[in-house]
Write a protein that binds this ligand. Structure first.
Ligand code: DOR
Ligand code: ZN
Ligand code: ZN
Length: 359
């Protein structure tokens, strides 16, 4: 048995409010605990998107009632909230900027709007961006002009990781995450996955892009699942939405990479606990840890997962390392496939921010 800290997934889509047939705070946080995570940070591209007090209250109410692990909510940068967003900063784990093609209505194309959001959001609260290709250069520059840190979501391409490396070498305050599907899958997997199921943003890249991520592991601050559940029927339908589930496979993929000598367990803990904890200024979780059987081998089967998502791009893959028990704030919350605390045991991380200086 090995003991890991409660892991942090800084990028998940839990679909509540608005699409709870895909996922809700119950199924999504159950999947999180089963995957070894005790904090998840949930994205704002829900229905309605989380852009103001009213929409945020809907998600807060649902999460308070149902979450099984601790969580933070992101506020979305929208077209209407460029000046009002900052007032909500203490209630969320950060702001999310969507600069490229994505799922939902939150994409921002207008340079002035983007600049205003970056200028108004408090520098002490995280600012995370979905920014691919040239959008990445734009967001790095705008954040640097405001002298504020920026966190880049799901980096997938060689040119992007090299740009972030160069920015870090220049002393620019930039951090980034990479998702397991960009480390373990490439466009060569598309024929096997099929056209709808292979849809994800950023899209699966080339072998060379994937290799560049592994070659620049030191530039990658976090691993983030980008858990983006959509049903198999939707993925196989005429307008397949982009996204892969990931909460229950991320740790297994990483521990398998550890066994294969591609990664050390220390590198894994830095990227799944230490760095996200620091970057997002998250509270300590006292008496919290995850117990793993590092030798247990298991086969990925979507039907055995707790997520509301009924498929996985890793179906049939054999992974090494299984979560046997999760202890959260002194209580056994997950043990051998069973959840031992009630719905709503999970806490919002945001109130803790009030203790760590003013925004
Ligand atoms: O593949 C994706 N799915 N990329 C995104 O940016 C959004 C996400 C989702 O919400 O489904
Ligand atoms: Zn994204
Ligand atoms: Zn995402």
């Amino acid at each position: 048995m090995i003991r890991l800290p409660g892991l942090i997934d800084p990028h998940v889509h839990l679909r509540e409010p608005g699409a709870i047939y895909k996922e809700d705070f119950d199924s999504g946080t159950a999947a999180a605990l089963a995957g070894g995570f005790t904090i998840v940070l949930a994205m704002p591209n829900t229905k309605p998107p989380l852009i103001d007090e009213g929409s945020l209250a809907l998600a807060q109410k649902a999460a308070r009632a149902k979450a099984r692990c601790d969580y933070g909510l992101y506020l979305g940068a929208g077209h209407e909230n460029r000046t009002s967003a900052a007032a909500l900063a203490q209630q969320v784990c950060g702001m999310k900027l969507y600069l490229d093609q994505t799922y939902g209505p939150l994409r921002i194309d207008d340079l002035g709007l983007l600049r205003d959001h970056i200028a108004h959001w408090p520098a002490q609260r995280a600012l995370a961006a979905h920014a691919e290709g040239r959008s990445l250069a734009a967001v790095i520059f705008l954040a640097a002009l405001e002298d504020r840190p920026i966190h880049v979501c799901h980096v997938s391409r060689k040119a992007e990781i090299l740009l972030i490396k160069q920015a870090k070498q220049r002393g620019i305050a930039i951090t980034c995450e990479v998702s397991p599907h960009h480390l373990f899958l490439t466009e060569d997997d598309l024929p096997r996955l099929g056209p709808g199921r292979g849809e994800v943003r950023p899209s699966l890249a080339t072998y060379e892009d994937q290799q560049a991520l592994w070659d620049n592991l030191d530039v990658i601050d976090c691993f983030a699942s980008d858990h983006a559940p959509h049903t198999a029927a939707e993925k196989d339908g005429p307008n397949p939405p982009p996204g892969f589930p990931g909460l229950e496979t991320t740790l297994g993929l990483m521990l398998t990479a550890v066994r294969d000598g591609r990664l050390t367990i220390e590198q894994c803990i830095e990227r799944m606990y230490t760095n996200p904890h620091r970057i997002f200024g998250l509270p300590e979780q006292p008496e919290t840890w995850v117990e793993i059987d590092p030798d247990a081998e298991w086969e990925v089967q979507a039907e055995k997962f707790f997520t509301g998502c009924d498929w996985t791009p890793y179906e049939g893959m054999r992974l090494r390392g299984r979560v046997t028990r999760v202890i959260l704030r002194g209580k056994i919350v997950f043990q051998e496939g069973k959840f031992l605390e009630g719905l709503g045991y999970g806490q919002d991380v945001a109130p803790a921010f009030q203790n760590v200086g003013t925004v």
